[in-house]
Design a protein around this ligand. Structure first.
Ligand SMILES: [Fe+2]
Ligand SMILES: [Fe+2]
Length: 364
């Protein structure tokens, strides 16, 4: 068995008249359609079996943006499967500008949701290859959006997974299940990217031998490994470094599966000839308040005055994180803080480099 698929994540698509020109966000929504067209042109040249888009398909769940994507996906020469991101279903019920949560499946009935009454699905994408598309968007009683799996979905999964033990199972979900940043699940700035009940899902997957999860949401290129499970998170198409992935899978004998992961970047689109440089610069400038917050909150809680001295060194820290495969050292930082930032590098637990975020060969 041999097949090839691609991943584009968090394209946050917006047709021009819907664009919200927000000068604080890290992404450049203005280039979304140009960038995805460029990627589609590349993917159309390949003998691609399918494409996965793990959420944040649209800028903010606008009906016109979902319609645009629905129509565009319908004319691609390969199958496409999607799951909703928090930006695709920002509200439980529809508003003037957003679709309601229940409407999502109707837009994507040819992209996983053959049963539009259910917001999660499983589909045999190729003989012996089973995709599971999960919904990580829930709403509490006050209508606040949460990143977790509901009981019903967990029960469904618990029943389903043992039936798939001879299949190669691919799990797609918007929120992160394994940490991609040190202490991500416990840190004020990182935990909102994690699935609240990630340990439950991980246990289910571990017990049934599922080893591959594909996510988005964090806008970072990273491959994380925990308890025999790989989580491949793909950065946003509309933020630096504008990546997408192409993955070749080969099953040599019944239990031997090799994955060859390659990442590509959109480095320019018409009207944005210096996209890479501009986008890195934008991330450098806009991440300043987050870097200040990182230093002044737990675990360091250093004074604003001290933080302001360190923060210029961190100008491109988030851009380098988003890019993946970087090592960090800030020798001028106090020892404890220096060690903390070193842990963000692409290193194994023993501190040696493990540059697998963009290009990797995984043997399952
Ligand atoms: Fe996103
Ligand atoms: Fe998201």
């Amino acid at each position: 068995m041999k097949f090839r698929f691609a991943i584009i994540s968090d394209p946050h698509l917006a047709v021009p008249y819907t664009i919200n020109h927000d000068h604080t966000r890290f992404s450049i929504v203005e280039i979304g359609i140009l960038a995805i067209e460029k990627v589609f042109s590349h993917l159309e040249e390949l003998d691609l079996d399918f494409l996965l888009i793990p959420g944040d398909l649209t800028q903010d769940g606008e009906p016109d943006n979902h319609s645009w994507l629905q129509q565009r996906l319908a004319i691609l020469p390969f199958s496409v499967y999607v799951v909703p991101g928090n930006h695709d279903v920002p509200t439980l019920y529809s508003t003037q500008n957003t679709i309601g949560f229940q409407e999502f499946t109707k837009y994507y009935r040819f992209h996983g949701y053959s049963d539009s009454r259910q917001c999660y699905y499983t589909h045999e994408v190729l003989p012996g290859v089973q995709l599971i598309g999960l919904n990580s968007n829930q709403f509490n009683d006050e209508g606040k959006q949460l990143g977790c799996l509901d009981e019903k979905q967990l029960t469904w999964l618990e029943k389903l997974l043992p039936q798939l033990k001879d299949q190669l199972v691919l799990i797609m979900i918007h929120h992160n299940v394994i940490e991609h940043l040190p202490r991500q699940a416990n840190h004020l700035l990182g935990k909102r990217y994690m699935l609240d009940n990630a340990p439950l899902l991980l246990d289910l997957l571990k017990n049934t031998g599922c080893r591959l999860i594909f996510t988005g949401h964090l806008h970072v290129q990273d491959i994380a490994y925990h308890n025999n499970i790989y989580e491949i998170t793909t950065g946003s198409l509309v933020s630096y470094p504008h990546p997408y992935r192409i993955i070749e899978v080969e099953r040599t004998c019944q239990r031997d599966i090799n994955l060859n992961i390659k990442s590509h970047r959109v480095d320019r689109v018409p009207g944005w000839e210096n996209l890479t440089t501009m986008s890195r610069q934008l991330l450098g400038e806009r991440s300043f308040p987050f870097m200040l917050k990182l230093l002044t909150t737990s675990p360091f809680e250093i004074s604003m005055k001290e933080a302001e001295k360190l923060v210029p060194h961190l100008k491109y820290f988030w851009a380098d994180i988003a890019e993946g495969d970087n090592l960090f050292d800030f020798p001028e930082f106090p020892t404890e803080i220096r060690h903390y930032f070193q842990k963000f590098g692409s290193v194994k637990p023993d501190g040696t480099p493990a540059l697998i975020d963009n290009c990797a060969h995984l043997e399952l």
